[in-house]
Design a protein around this ligand. Structure first.
Ligand SMILES: Nc1ncnc2c1ncn2[C@@H]1O[C@H](COP(=O)(O)OP(=O)(O)O)[C@@H](O)[C@H]1O
Ligand SMILES: [Mg+2]
Length: 396
């Protein structure tokens, strides 16, 4: 199938939330801005401030840095393998027997990005392996991936409407009519992967929460799809409990990715739950993972004078302190620093530049605590040293 018309530079399907299958297809074909071709440094420096060519170069580098590569992190790889395996195991299984997966983690650990990256790759592979399914005469008839981003206090009917809108089926009528259309359409479109992002919005303390959770179970029971969900604090999600609305909530052991001793999964009802945690630096393998992610972002930089691998080798701990191990914080800090390095003409990301960037309130607050702890620790050890030396002086 011919790719949809090329997106103009001003639209970023890769960064917007897909709401329809057309949005999703655009996302599947979207390529971030390529690394700009730069003239030699002396030629760049010699350009006058108001030279339009210089402005064009700055703009294209900013655009490139603002989209900075998404890292295929160990967590993305891990969940890709889990999801692919689930899809394979579910392919010919009857609808009620399909296991789904909930990816549970705090905000900004990269859950939404991860499921979209994996869904995109899944569809790209299908397009390569089965081009006939995507033939022009079948345009939009085969929709292997459906991605629904849920809104706060969403009702069961709104969930069905969101799927209907995505698949371009009529959204009018009673809930039963829409449900019926949606179930038929999901089956007719050959949807294999149904992604629900932000499932924590089906909060049972809200009136509609319980009903909306039951509605997801109802969909899971009736369509031949593998359902992947993301959310925050999903341990007590009714999706994990057996039976209907009043079923007991199973106790969950906390499992985090990267797992320290092999992944463990809790399974209850038809969903398993696994955690996606911020990066930690408690062991050598954890440090290696964090450093690897920094390296993949750093090696994508398009700066004239950036010392190769300086962030990776010298600043990895500082970057963790600044971002609390959050991929969102790391991505934002490197992006912002790159834009500033171009603007100031330093052409390198240094500690000084990173220090001058103000990150999100949460990240800055966490960093202030780390700084405070470190200064308390160092003044404690200084006073211990002082005591020791005055004791030594006293006994001398
Ligand atoms: N794999 C990744 N590589 C690079 N940056 C990432 C990656 N995953 C997430 N990010 C950055 O983190 C930001 C927030 O991620 P998101 O997926 O929205 O987190 P969550 O859904 O857990 O709140 C993204 O916009 C992106 O800048
Ligand atoms: Mg999210």
């Amino acid at each position: 199938m011919a790719p949809p018309p090329k997106e103009s530079d001003s639209t970023h399907p890769g960064l917007a939330e897909p709401r329809t299958k057309e949005d999703w297809f655009a996302y599947v074909f979207y390529e971030p801005p390529p690394r700009p071709r730069l003239p030699r440094y002396d030629a760049y420096v010699a350009m006058a401030e108001d030279d339009p060519e210089r402005r064009r170069l700055i703009r294209s580098r900013n655009r490139y840095h603002s989209a900075l590569v998404l890292a295929w992190t160990p967590s993305v790889q891990y969940f890709e393998s889990e999801i692919t395996e689930l899809l394979d195991a579910n392919e010919m299984a009857p609808p009620g027997a399909r296991l789904g997966l909930l990816i549970d983690g705090p905000p900004t650990v990269g859950k939404s990005t991860l499921v979209k990256m994996i869904g995109r790759k899944f569809e790209q592979d299908l397009r390569e392996d089965f081009p006939e399914r995507f033939a022009p005469e079948r345009l939009g008839a085969y929709v292997p991936v459906v991605y629904i981003s849920l809104a706060d206090q969403v009702t069961p009917k709104q969930i069905s409407i969101a799927i209907a809108r995505y698949l371009n089926v009529p959204t009018g009528g009673t809930k039963d009519t829409i449900d019926d259309r949606v179930l038929t359409a999901l089956t007719a479109c050959g949807t294999q992967l149904l992604i629900f992002d932000d499932l924590h919005f089906l909060d049972c303390s809200h009136k509609e929460g319980r009903a909306s959770n039951d509605h997801i179970k109802f969909i899971a029971n009736h369509v031949p799809c593998t359902i992947i969900g993301t959310g925050v604090d999903m341990e007590n999600s009714p999706l994990l409990s057996e039976g209907g609305p009043t079923g007991p909530v199973k106790r969950n052991t906390r499992v985090k990715f990267p797992p320290s001793s092999g992944p463990r999964t809790q399974t209850a009802g038809r969903f398993s739950r696994q955690e996606l945690a911020p990066f930690t630096l408690d062991s050598k393998p954890e440090i290696t993972q964090w450093v690897g992610v920094i390296n993949s972002l750093e090696s994508a930089l398009a700066l004239y004078r950036h010392e190769k691998r300086s962030l990776t080798r010298r600043h990895w701990r500082y970057l963790h302190d600044r971002t609390n191990g959050s991929i969102a914080g790391l991505h934002a800090l490197i992006r912002r620093s790159a834009v500033r390095a171009v603007k100031l003409g330093t052409e390198a990301i240094t500690r000084e530049i990173m220090d001058s960037i103000v990150l999100s309130y949460d990240h800055e607050r966490a960093y202030a605590k780390v700084v405070e702890l470190r200064s308390r620790q160092s003044s404690n050890s200084r006073s211990k040293l002082d005591k020791k030396s005055s004791a030594a002086e006293g006994s001398a």
